[in-house]
Design a binder for this molecule. Structure first.
Ligand SMILES: [Zn+2]
Length: 411
């Protein structure tokens, strides 16, 4: 096994530069979870430490080890267009932003950071926006350009923004703000590129929901930072930006859609103030919350391994449902391989014939498999509602759908 420890851990908080960092969740050595393997690559993938530390100064939880961005974002196979509920969510985000802030304007523009295959920007195009995507994966940027969504193949940072050289009415960053290594440069870039009355929509996994759901599988190398309202506001404020409204969406088991402007441009909404108060009351910004979370995650491992071993002893067939990147955190931490789950069924055809990193479970395409197992072990648990609705007939036949994480809200 090849282990890349580089020169070990980050000793300064990524947000506030404090060195008062305390390790809270240690998920061991893990492969980069988006590195689905071809047959000849199996067993050759490198492993890296996966550990969350908590900053006593600003409360931000974060990884203390960075897998190089060239490794992680060179050519990933995640395409945002693949699930219906995600696409519906993107449509809703675009419509809401337009309705709230830009409805009457004849000329309006938006830049999407980490724009993937252009799914989000297509919704903006439909609403009459001039759009620009910035996407670090060349393959994915090519797909977007071919689909008529102007996309720059680059890492979004201050230098890229200077090269773009103009300002936008709106910025969008969905699920990328927590895997930015160049965090401060990115914030400065938004500050530079956002018009004075512009709005930046930031979407991120809500750490409060992760703690409540015990969704530890959201911890993986691409997610360098795990935000609450408090901690993202500390970061934004540092760069002359301020959140003025927010809501909780069911996407990924609980995500924040936050509206951000230049500092002083808008007053915080009543809803945001309410959410801040609830967050404070929940205690999710405290070290205690993280210590409890770490203990519960260890218990989860025992429960899940016991469950899968009992199923095997009883002669039941278990198929994994979904091969999401986060599933690899779970499989590797649990130590669950093909002896317990012989295959993962996935919709994304780019993963056809590949193997899951670390545990080497073969991936099959859902529509191409006729056999129905006794149990579906649902790694894509964040689509609980959609999955149960789609498989109602199987549920009625007595096929079990096991959700290792049971989200309080789901898509
Ligand atoms: Zn800090």
């Amino acid at each position: 096994m090849s282990v890349d420890r580089q020169d070990a851990a980050v000793r300064q908080c990524r947000v506030c530069d404090s060195n008062e960092l305390e390790p809270v969740v240690d998920l061991g050595l893990q492969p980069w979870c988006n590195n689905f393997l071809r047959k000849e690559e199996v067993g050759k993938e490198p492993f890296y430490p996966l550990r969350v530390v908590y900053c006593h100064n600003c409360s931000t939880s974060q990884l203390d080890f960075t897998v190089k961005k060239e490794v992680m974002f060179g050519d990933h196979t995640y395409l945002s267009g693949v699930t219906k509920s995600l696409s519906d969510h993107f449509a809703a985000v675009a419509e809401e932003l337009d309705r709230k802030f830009f409805a009457g304007r004849s000329q309006k523009s938006v830049l999407d950071i980490g724009s993937n295959d252009g799914t989000q920007l297509k919704h903006f195009q439909r609403l009459g926006y001039e759009v620009l995507g910035v996407e670090s994966s060349k393959t994915t940027a090519d797909i977007a350009n071919q689909a008529g969504v102007p996309t720059l193949n680059a890492y979004f940072n201050l230098e890229t923004m200077r090269d773009i050289g103009r300002q936008f009415d709106a910025f969008n960053a969905a699920g990328v703000f927590f895997h930015l290594e160049e965090l401060h440069s990115v914030c400065e870039a938004i500050k530079l590129g956002l018009k004075q009355d512009g709005v930046f929509v930031v979407q991120f996994l809500y750490m409060k929901s992760i703690l409540e759901n015990l969704a530890f599988d959201q911890i993986y190398h691409e997610h360098l930072l795990y935000y609450t309202l408090k901690t993202i506001e500390i970061l934004l404020n540092r760069h002359g930006l301020a959140m003025f409204d927010a809501r909780l969406a069911p996407i990924h088991g609980g995500s924040i859609i936050g509206y951000v402007g230049h500092t002083g441009a808008r007053e915080p909404s009543a809803q945001l103030r309410q959410m801040r108060a609830e967050e404070e009351e929940s205690g999710c910004n405290s070290i205690t919350a993280y210590r409890e979370f770490a203990d519960r995650v260890k218990e989860m491992k025992d429960e899940n391994v016991r469950y899968l071993e009992a199923a095997r002893k009883a002669g039941k067939r278990v198929f994994g449902m979904g091969a999401p990147v986060k599933g690899n955190t779970m499989l590797n931490y649990f130590g669950v391989g093909p002896d317990l789950i012989p295959c993962l069924l996935e919709k994304n055809t780019l993963r056809r014939g590949l193997y899951s990193p670390g545990m080497h479970i073969p991936i099959l395409i859902e529509d191409e498999v006729d056999e129905t197992p006794d149990i579906y072990y649902v790694l894509a648990w964040n689509f609980k509602k959609e999955i149960l609705a789609r498989n109602q007939a199987l549920v009625e036949q007595g096929v079990e759908f096991y959700f290792p994480v049971d989200p309080k809200v789901s898509a």
